[in-house]
Design a binder for this molecule. Structure first.
Ligand SMILES: *Cc1c(COP(=O)(O)O)cnc(C)c1O
Length: 394
């Protein structure tokens, strides 16, 4: 018999009813260390007092009006994102996939507004993940997500990850944009080298096409800068964000330059809930935390601690761990055993992690994680690895 909730997730047999900082608690009061943060969502940890206050204060004023009216909370959040980035304008959504949909539509509309409606194709990369709508599964190009859902949405050309020659020949008269995650998340924590991001920027400029970054997972301080592309010293024309900006409240956004957004006039796009007063109140509170002086420096410090400790763990468990990779607090442990086995062993130690492609276990702790939390997590991973070694030798 089908479950009451559509069974599209293979869920772990554990539920949490309360969270505090880097820890979540079962109804029985058992604590788990949360190094998944709901897939890089709870950027400020659970029940952050400043976020709770922002949400509850707003809840007592007004929950929803409509994008048919002025939205002061949205305007404030948009202006702050603009002040902190390359962008001149922002469209708010409820999710990452919707932010990408806006980005895709905007790139097509840009060329159409320039008199080139034939330029609608977008180049993407193998291993990418951009969401689960019909357009974003086509953009992501993963067979397992496309299978059975009818003809793939037209207009996405996928290239191998890191194949520079393929890239140069793939740009044609119909190409509108290049879409890439500066650090691939679901694909297995694969950072794009800064010189490659700079190369993509130059290539887009040369061909008059748009560069779109998907920072849904790697943005909002995750790599130790507000956005991952800042490490490369270049900017995109359009950027999709979500996950961390809401700190656990559903919120996404599509940021763009004035030039890239020039086709998006009144009536061309919309969302009922996008940028709702509750969501933007929390988004503003998240920025208060992440943009506070010294916060991103402390993320970089914690990231260094995590990377050093994981390097030690790898040396201790050469039959379990093949490699450690990533940027900041977005770390991938490439496994020699099935990643699901390592994850299950970590769960036995009350440590939450997230699986990814390429047989990787992801660590995406809340950005407020401390060195003590990191030591505890690495101890748990050590015990998990030992348990797998004992099982293998038995
Ligand atoms: C999670 C994710 C998305 C999709 O976001 P949803 O909120 O699940 O729609 C898109 N791109 C990247 C890089 C992601 O990690």
């Amino acid at each position: 018999m089908i479950t009451p909730v559509l069974p599209t997730y293979a869920r772990a047999k554990v539920a949490f009813e309360r969270g505090e900082g880097v820890r979540v608690f079962t109804p029985e009061g058992e604590a788990y260390l949360d190094f998944g943060a709901g897939v890089a969502v709870t950027s400020c940890g659970h029940s952050h007092p400043h976020l709770v206050m922002a949400l509850t204060d707003q809840a007592q004023k007004i929950w929803h009006t409509s994008n048919l009216y002025q939205m002061p909370g949205q305007e404030k959040l948009a202006q702050r994102l603009i002040d902190a980035t390359f962008a001149d304008t922002v469209f708010f959504t409820n999710s990452g996939a919707e932010a990408l949909e806006c980005a895709i539509k905007m790139a097509r509309k840009y060329h159409s507004a320039n008199g080139h409606p034939e330029k609608f194709r977008i180049i993407t990369f193998e291993g990418a993940f951009h969401g689960r709508t019909l357009a974003t599964i086509a953009a992501g190009g993963q067979a397992k997500y496309l299978e059975g859902f009818g003809p793939k949405v037209e207009g996405f050309d996928q290239l191998p990850f890191g194949d520079h020659d393929a890239l140069k020949t793939a740009i044609g008269p119909e190409t509108a944009a290049i879409l890439i995650e500066p650090v691939q998340g679901e694909g297995g924590i694969r950072p794009v080298p800064p010189q490659c991001l700079r190369g993509l920027r130059a290539l887009c400029d040369e061909h008059g096409i748009l560069l779109i970054f998907d920072e849904v997972q790697c943005g909002i301080g995750r790599t130790g800068k507000l956005f991952a592309h800042e490490w490369a010293g270049i900017t995109p024309d359009i950027m999709a964000i979500a996950k961390g900006i809401g700190g656990g409240f559903p919120l996404g956004a599509c940021l763009a330059t004035e030039e890239a957004a020039k086709g998006m006039t009144a009536g061309t796009h919309g969302s009922t809930f996008g940028g709702n007063p509750l969501a933007t109140a929390v988004g503003n509170a998240v920025l208060d935390v992440v943009l506070a002086p010294g916060f991103l420096d402390s993320v970089q410090q914690r990231a260094l601690t995590l990377k050093q400790k994981l390097a030690g763990l790898k040396d201790q468990h050469p039959t379990i761990i093949a490699d450690i990779r990533g940027e900041g607090l977005m770390v991938g442990i490439k496994c020699k055993v099935p990643n699901t086995a390592f994850q299950a062993a970590a769960l036995d130690q009350h440590l939450l992690t997230i699986g990814a492609g390429d047989n990787v276990v992801r660590l995406l702790p809340p950005l407020i994680v401390t060195d003590a939390d990191i030591s505890e997590a690495v101890d748990k991973l050590d015990r998990a690895a030992r348990a797998l070694e004992v099982r293998a030798s038995a």
